[in-house]
Ligand binder design. Structure first.
Ligand code: PLP
Length: 495
């Protein structure tokens, strides 16, 4: 049965999956949501015999119902290949009774690769299906991680170009090196004089420039976005929750139908929303444990029913979770309002006007599946330290937030169910914070020296992604003022 996509903010005509992927965001500013959550149509036993790619097909076909079998299988095959350093794609490691689902074996060693390696193919297939002959131009503003993952995903994908703007003095040395060494004839990287917000604002202005859009169309180009509200990023993230469950089943660590908990280090609420969708599809999940760092807007929300972004923004050692507006939460709000686009629209307007909203008791009662908590900086470091001391297993700062919150959950609830912790980045991505948590003697070392030291400590080989950028030549050296971003784009496109 066909799944169509509605906006969370109005009852306009629903669109097909491929149209929702192409548009990214609905014109009314809402997010696209499936008009129903499909149920898994294979048994858990059947799924347990499948490879990652096969499970991906069984999950994604239920959402992307206007893709043919051939189209979807081709997208999957192009995404989950040698770009990942293990055939398993998302392997699991047991430590102290919890299962760490390692989502960082892709090109940029963080979990964004899970979706950004397939999005370019979903997007170009969607363009073809909708008779779009323009070249797709992806514009992204990045504070570090997403930009590199998007570059890696789109590099040399036919029919696309990707332009990434980053704050010249606002990303780490390793992050900058990762971006400016990016290969691919269709990739463009620009450092701007300004901060991340300037980059973001500049990109939004270019997206909203109707005159430019018309001119681009004349020249055979159109913009699209790769950001995390695209359903083409959400759907591929459901896959690894199903995969991890059936793998536990296959290895006889759980019985069929036995419920597990899932812990997710959360920022924009995309990853944990995918776990929620997996549960709605029939995957036996008990609690969805939402872990925040000191930017604990979500913890407060689950406690009180009030979402309030009016607070100090804290820079932490888990920067990918330093977020005060979790965009994907809107999809959950819409759902617990009974798919009421008017009610959801009111709450989102309150958020954008006054920075806060409060849900009704009736809505709050539907959040029983969720548990929220947070870890401060000291607890996060201690979690990395203690896990390493006791087991030798090294986790990154984001995963450590999740691990710490899981400890709090267990203590509070005495729940001993089997638990999967989403491990969202390789410790090599945040080497300095990780190694300082293990032992504080390393402050004077260079970044790449630390990498070698971490390898010695953990016994884990330095990932290819890090090894490559050590010696890679700089291929992008564009720098511009924040007022020149549009000119840069036009220059790159030769228009
Ligand atoms: C993006 C990211 C997160 C947060 O994921 P959301 O889907 O935004 O909640 C957590 N950890 C890492 C390493 C990330 O890159």
């Amino acid at each position: 049965m066909e799944v169509l996509y509605n906006s969370t903010r109005s009852k306009k005509n629903p669109v097909k999956a491929s149209e929702a992927i192409l548009k990214g965001l609905s014109e009314d500013g809402g997010l696209f949501v499936p008009d129903r959550i499909p149920a898994l149509d294979k048994t858990l036993e059947e799924l347990s015999e499948m490879t990652y790619g096969q499970v991906a097909y069984e999950v994604m076909k239920l959402y992307l119902t206007d893709f043919t079998e051939e189209e979807l299988k081709e997208c999957i095959a192009k995404a989950y290949d040698e770009k990942f350093d293990t055939e398993e794609i998302a392997p699991m490691v047991e430590a102290e009774g919890a299962y760490y689902l390692e989502l960082f074996h892709g090109a940029t060693i963080a979990f964004k690769d899970m979706a950004l390696s397939i999005l370019p193919h979903l997007l170009t297939t969607s363009a073809k299906k909708n008779h779009v002959s323009n070249e797709i131009v992806i514009l992204t503003a990045t504070s570090g991680d997403t930009g590199k993952a998007a570059l890696a995903g789109f590099a040399d994908v036919k029919g696309t170009r990707i332009i990434v703007f980053y704050p010249k003095n606002g990303v780490s040395k390793i992050q900058e090196k990762q971006m400016v060494t990016q290969k691919g004839k269709n990739t463009y990287v620009v450092g701007i004089h300004g901060n991340f917000d300037d980059a973001q604002t500049g990109v939004k202005q270019i997206f909203g420039d109707k005159e430019l859009a018309a001119y681009m169309d004349e020249k055979g180009f159109q913009f699209s976005s790769a950001n995390s509200i695209n359903i083409g990023r959400l759907v591929p993230q459901i896959v690894y929750y199903v995969y991890s469950y059936v793998k536990l089943l296959k290895e006889e660590r759980i019985l069929s139908g036995e419920k597990i908990n899932v812990v997710v280090p959360t920022g924009n609420f995309g990853n944990i929303l995918a776990a929620f969708y997996a549960k709605q599809m029939g995957l036996p999940i008990h609690r969805l444990i939402c872990a925040s760092n000191e930017n604990k807007v979500l913890f407060d929300f689950f406690q009180s029913g009030t979402y309030n972004r009016n607070r100090e923004f804290v820079l932490t050692s888990s920067p990918s979770m330093d977020i005060l507006i979790s965009s994907n939460l809107e999809r959950l709000i819409y759902r617990i309002s009974g798919n009421d686009s008017e009610k959801n629209g009111e709450l989102m307007a309150a958020l954008s006007n006054g920075g806060a909203y409060t849900i009704t008791d009736e809505m709050k009662n539907q959040l029983v599946d969720f548990y929220g908590n947070y870890a401060d900086e000291q607890e996060t470091a201690k979690t990395i330290h203690d896990l390493y001391e006791r087991t030798g297993y090294v986790i990154d700062t984001h995963t450590a937030v999740a691990s710490c919150v899981y400890g709090k959950y267990k203590e509070e609830t005495k729940d001993t169910k089997t638990t999967v912790i989403a491990s969202t980045a390789s410790p090599y991505k945040f080497t300095r914070s990780v190694i300082n948590a293990i032992n504080c003697q390393y402050d004077a070392m260079e970044d790449f020296e630390l990498v070698d030291e971490l390898s010695r400590l953990s016994g884990v080989e330095v990932p290819k992604a890090i090894e490559e950028i050590r010696k890679a030549p700089v291929l992008h050296d564009h720098i511009c003022d924040k007022t020149q971003m549009k000119q840069m784009v036009m220059e790159f496109l030769g228009i």
